[in-house]
Design a protein around this ligand. Structure first.
Ligand SMILES: C[S@@+](CC[C@H](N)C(=O)[O-])C[C@H]1O[C@@H](n2cnc3c(N)ncnc32)[C@H](O)[C@@H]1O
Length: 637
């Protein structure tokens, strides 16, 4: 396990002038042979685009947001992976990881039929229609935009100020110890600025696709590697005789100290230094040299040069981290994690496992689609994407999944006709596995506790094949708009109902209850470059864990005798996973018994962990139980 063959999506046609110092890590691409061919049966609706709603939800809400594929992080730290076959909790218990065959076995009974309904605008449905070139326009790689070259401001010069501006926004928010939402807001603002600039009609100011790719790569890279780069920066400044000679005590000119919140200039300095160090340690140009850094004065360049690729070898740079005595602080600096998280990874996985996990969390994940097998097949989606010039490959564990590779200008999922018509949905592979592990089947009554925007709801919907009922509970009302929109897009109005309050959820009597818990998201850190700096251990222990227990207890009331209860998180922390399971089992063993994932059973056999460094997917935990027949009703008492 662990060592896996990966196919590179990068193509010479899209080769960037600046490339990472190690090969980008494309998504796992081993095609699964797991998709069973099942005989056709009735799809949820009779034809794409036509839906009837008994609840009058047929309003046309089209999302205007776009999701652009960002390039993989340009990191020298992404070159190796190691494996571990289990995740060990702080209490010493181990949770077996999900093997491919097990995921496939879980899913074998639920893969949907291939619809015979043709679609007006796509070759995805059966029987296959000739491909329609007109549908390819939004995603096919276009010729590079013709740009009027301004001799005083060549294209590349436009990139660094934009990156520095974005980093300043992000760094100022975090330096001001603002609540998490503010930092997320900063990134949203930055994204909006990029989009606005891209869409401008003035060709001389519009960003090219290549510039945009570079901006995303650099913002992502600096944010993810912020602690590593800060360590190198502080080392370079501390060792420099020039700093002492020229700058005396004004180390702040280098963006130090770390919490330089008060002075906006210090934040700009810090952003510039971090970006320069990122470029000088993590990127090389076409000839294998670090790119030019145009935005720093020669003194600062000289200081940073000492720790750059030209100033020292990779081994010498790594040796700097070896000098940190405390193992958690060493891992935190080397792999750019908050110290508390590094300490927990070390405690749970040991040195090698924690190192491999941290490396995996520093890689930009692929965009993953779920194919709606009620309407088409995965093979057809892969073919259609390739026809449009979009690299695509089947996922390894989920029989529904397709990973989408890098494409010039980004792959805008929400603008694709195959997305708008409900042939594909955006949901990561591990979340697809969570839905599969419910074993939900036609005519089941299902409760999804924590529905958010409905991605797992739609996956469960395809497992029910249009028959049965899925009740959705989502406490955050602001998510309900997108939840209803997902239901509309999935043409599942007759299959799903959004519940008005938690009491209504607790009154349901369901065959399957999935608690998709609000959690630390530590398994999905790679999706959001700033997320690791927002996490707060005290908040996890004092707020999230008690909430997870009470959500599990509330949801358990809704399980019918003989029914299945599942608890899932996208956390890598034992306190949110194995320890919640231990609490539940010790409290409610009279009513619920573990439901193992394989026949061997045994302790922990009802728990599965998907791990980024082992499976190449988001970290995800799943536990499941069956409600005993004729149980006394303690949980519901
Ligand atoms: C992991 S997300 C769910 C993802 C969703 N199932 C999907 O497929 O996209 C967890 C969800 O649980 C909800 N949630 C559940 N219990 C909650 C609680 N007690 N407080 C706040 N949010 C809660 C959150 O609003 C959030 O939408």
């Amino acid at each position: 396990a662990g060592e896996r063959t990966r196919r590179s999506f990068s193509s010479a046609a899209f080769a960037p002038p600046i490339r990472p110092t190690s090969s980008p890590v494309p998504p796992p691409s081993q095609p699964s042979s797991a998709t069973p061919s099942t005989p056709p049966s009735s799809p949820i609706v009779s034809s794409a685009g036509a839906s009837t709603s008994r609840r009058g939800e047929r309003r046309s809400f089209m999302s205007s947001s776009t999701l652009a594929l960002s390039p993989p992080v340009s990191s020298t730290t992404t070159s190796s992976t190691s494996s571990s076959s289990s995740t060990v909790s702080s209490s010493g218990s181990s949770s077996p990881v999900l093997e491919p065959e097990q995921a496939i076995a879980l899913s074998a009974q639920v893969d949907g039929p291939i619809s015979s309904q043709p679609s007006p605008s796509s070759s995805l449905s059966s029987p296959p229609a000739p491909s329609s070139p007109s549908t390819a326009s939004s995603s096919s790689p276009s010729a590079p935009p013709t740009m009027t070259m301004d001799p005083f401001r060549p294209a590349r010069a436009a990139v660094d100020p934009v990156v520095i501006n974005i980093l300043v926004t992000i760094l100022s928010s975090s330096a001001a110890s603002s609540p998490p939402s503010t930092l997320a807001d900063a990134e949203r603002i930055a994204n909006k600025a990029i989009r606005k600039r891209m869409r401008t009609d003035a060709p001389e100011t519009a960003l090219t696709a290549e510039e945009r790719r570079l901006i995303y790569a650099r913002v992502y890279g600096v944010e993810v590697l912020r602690a590593r780069l800060s360590f190198l920066l502080e080392h370079a400044v501390a060792q420099s005789s020039l700093v002492g000679r020229r700058f005396g005590p004004t180390l702040a000119d280098f963006g130090l100290p770390m919490d330089a919140s008060g002075d906006p200039m210090l934040v700009v300095n810090r952003a510039e230094c971090l970006l320069a160090l990122y470029m000088l340690t993590e990127e090389v140009d076409g000839e294998g040299r670090p790119p030019r850094v145009d935005f720093l004065d020669s003194d600062r360049l000289e200081v940073l040069g000492a720790v750059s690729r030209e100033g020292m070898t990779e081994g010498e740079r790594e040796a700097l981290f070896d000098q940190v005595d405390d193992p958690s602080e060493r891992l935190a600096a080397r792999r750019s994690l908050p110290s508390w998280l590094a300490a927990r990874f070390l405690e749970q996985l040991g040195k090698e496992g924690a190192e491999a996990l941290a490396l995996a969390l520093n890689r930009k994940p692929p965009t993953t689609l779920r194919v709606n097998t009620l309407k088409t097949s995965r093979e057809k989606v892969v073919q259609e994407l390739k026809k449009r010039g979009v690299p695509a490959a089947a996922t390894k564990y989920s029989p529904w999944g397709v990973t989408v590779g890098d494409v010039e200008g980004g792959f805008r999922v929400f603008e694709q006709d195959m997305y708008k018509l409900g042939y594909v949905d955006l949901i990561n592979e591990a979340s697809q596995c969570v839905a599969l592990s419910t074993g939900a089947k036609p005519y089941d009554i299902v409760l999804l506790y924590g529905a958010r925007k409905g991605a797992k709801a739609l996956a469960l919907g395809s497992m029910l094949r249009g028959n049965g009922m899925i009740y959705l509970w989502e406490p955050y009302l602001r998510q309900h708009y997108q939840l209803r929109e997902a239901i509309r897009r999935g043409q599942a109005q007759d299959l799903m109902e959004v519940l008005p309050n938690v009491m209504a959820a607790m009154r349901i009597k369901a065959d399957v209850v999935l608690v998709d818990a609000l959690c630390s998201n530590t398994g999905a850190l790679s999706h959001h470059p700033s997320m690791r700096w927002l996490k707060n251990e005290t908040h996890i222990l004092e707020t999230l864990v008690p909430q997870q227990r009470s959500d599990l207890q509330n949801a358990a009331r809704a399980v019918s005798p003989g029914g299945v209860l599942l608890y899932s998180t996208c956390s890598l922390l034992a306190c949110e996973n194995q320890e919640v399971v231990a609490w539940f089992e010790s409290t409610f063993s009279g009513e619920f018994e573990p439901l193992p994932f394989d026949k061997t059973g045994g302790p922990g056999g009802n728990c599965r962990a998907l791990l980024p460094h082992v499976h190449g997917v988001d970290g995800t935990f799943i536990a499941r139980w069956r409600r005993k027949l004729g149980s006394a009703g303690v949980v519901s008492g």
